[in-house]
Design a protein around this ligand. Structure first.
Ligand code: 5MY
Ligand code: ATP
Ligand code: ZN
Length: 438
């Protein structure tokens, strides 16, 4: 049976957060169908741009012809009647096998009445960050949303008296590119992470107020000490890379966007909120909690799996862009901009590839792009010794003598539009140039 949300349901849905493309609402009512779920609603930018994949004329059509070619091996995806359905199938058939079905929820479609959408948008307006409000609104043309597990709680509610504390990490790209197609001018990319370089342009454009202390290479290093260093850095400079929720309420980081660095006051407030969650004296709870997160992440090995998917980008955008122009059968803008016979010769190899090879490069690049932009949510609750049948992994925190169990899920697994390849190429150059100048 199709689920439909109508005006009468609107007040049960409260603001949980948002990114650039979607608004996420949590359920506060009592219907068993929705308890423990979130609703992910598409947004529409106030200024449309086809290059971002946003084009109202296009938004209800399915994939473009070139995208059908790209994803032709995933048959269902190509025959999907709308782009939204294709995107859901992408998560199911392309991403889940790579990241693990048990860590991915592709969601179920729920229909929304216009009145529901309008009322919800009005109800949550005051909680949305102003820059997100200025950039986009609810997509009124879209009459459905995705109903997904709320990863900041455990399914079927918490055991009595128990809590759920969850951490959301957007790790970004965890490796340095080694592609031979990176030009000499951009050699810096081989030694400085994209994340670090991106900070310069973000600072310059006042998107952030301070440079992050976080280094993705530490998080993905496999060394527990370095992972811990990364988690501590994320805590200090959460930006849009780190959030903590207690029973679904945000207790650290920015709701719907980035957050300023963690001041002493915020740090103290966080330490106080952890009272009753982490059994330690004041002053030690945060530190123990960050150890707990490190322990869980390093045990699970999920970041190794994620890194493998990110590394499907193995020739860098400076290589993949040429394959893109092969695929769309257009003159290569990258070769045009690079100019000079010597440079063109370097890329001639890419332009002489078979169409299957070009397709594979671009497909892998776009899958990697999803993996570089997703977030990982890890939720913890205490485990009693008697909970032996629990389906979740356990972790023991020596310093507090507490046993926890945790589950890990990936969110934000959107398919990136093929057209975005051009933007990726431009952005890559901008990031390197800005970093080099500063
Ligand atoms: O390119 P990046 O690294 O800036 O990533 C974009 C993200 O910026 P970030 O650097 O994480 O602050 C950006 O995040 P914010 O809006 O900055 O929170 C989006 O996730 C964007 O994806 P999409 O356009 O919503 O599909 C992301 O775009 P994609 O590159 O993943 O397509
Ligand atoms: N299944 C979920 N369970 C709990 N919280 C969620 C879930 N999905 C999303 N959220 C919350 O909502 C926020 C926005 O969701 P999401 O990242 O999917 O938006 P987006 O617009 O696609 O992001 P981006 O800007 O990266 O494209 C997340 O940062 C997270 O805090
Ligand atoms: Zn080229």
């Amino acid at each position: 049976m199709e689920l439909v949300l109508e005006l009468k349901d609107a007040d049960d849905w409260i603001y949980r957060g948002e990114g650039a493309a979607n608004l996420v609402l949590a359920y506060s009512g009592s219907s068993p169908t929705f308890v423990g779920k979130v609703l992910r609603i598409q947004k529409a930018p106030r200024i449309e741009s086809p290059i971002n994949g946003y084009d109202s004329e296009d938004s209800h059509s399915a994939l473009t012809n070139d995208e059908c070619l790209l994803w032709r091996e995933t048959e269902d995806l190509v025959s999907a009647p709308t782009r939204e359905i294709a995107e859901q199938l992408y998560v199911q058939h392309v991403i889940s096998p790579l990241l693990g079905y048990e860590h991915v929820d592709a969601g179920n479609r729920v229909f929304l009445s216009k009145e529901f959408l309008k009322t919800v948008e009005k109800n949550i307006l005051s909680q949305r960050p102003s820059q997100r409000v200025d950039a986009a609104m609810v997509n009124a043309q879209c009459d459905f949303a995705l109903l997904m597990s709320d990863h900041s709680v455990f399914p079927y509610g918490n055991l009595q008296g128990n809590f759920c504390i969850s951490v959301e990490i957007k790790p970004k790209c965890g490796f340095l590119p080694v592609s031979r197609f990176i030009s000499e001018e951009n050699d810096i990319k081989r030694s400085i992470t994209r994340f670090e370089m991106h900070q310069s342009i973000k600072l310059h454009q006042r998107e952030i107020s301070e440079i992050s202390e976080y280094n993705p290479l530490d998080l993905f290093s496999g060394s527990k000490d370095r992972m811990h260093k990364a988690i501590k850095a994320l805590f200090v400079t959460p930006q849009n890379n780190f959030r903590v929720f207690l029973n679904g309420s945000l207790i650290l980081g920015g709701l719907g966007g980035g957050a300023d660095s963690t001041s002493c006051m915020i740090g103290e407030a966080f330490e106080n909120v952890l009272n009753g969650v982490i059994q330690a004296d004041g002053g030690q709870r945060t530190s123990n909690f960050l150890h707990l997160v490190t322990e869980a992440i390093s045990r699970s090995g999920l970041l190794d799996r994620l890194l493998e998917v990110q590394k499907l980008d193995n020739i860098d955008i400076e290589g993949a862009i040429h394959a893109y122009y092969n695929l769309v059968c257009q003159p290569c803008i990258a070769c045009r901009d690079l100019g000079g016979e010597k440079l063109s010769a370097r890329y001639a190899y890419l332009h002489s590839m078979s169409s299957d090879e070009s397709l594979k490069i671009v497909r892998d690049y776009l899958i990697a792009a999803t993996a570089k932009d997703l977030s990982l949510m890890i939720s913890f609750r205490t485990r009693e010794d008697r909970d032996v049948e629990s389906p979740y992994n356990g972790v023991f925190l020596d310093s507090t003598n507490q046993r926890f169990e945790y589950k890990e899920s990936f969110i934000d697994l959107d398919m990136k539009p093929l057209k975005k390849m051009e933007l990726y190429y431009e952005r890559d150059q901008q990031i390197v140039n800005c970093y080099s100048q500063m």
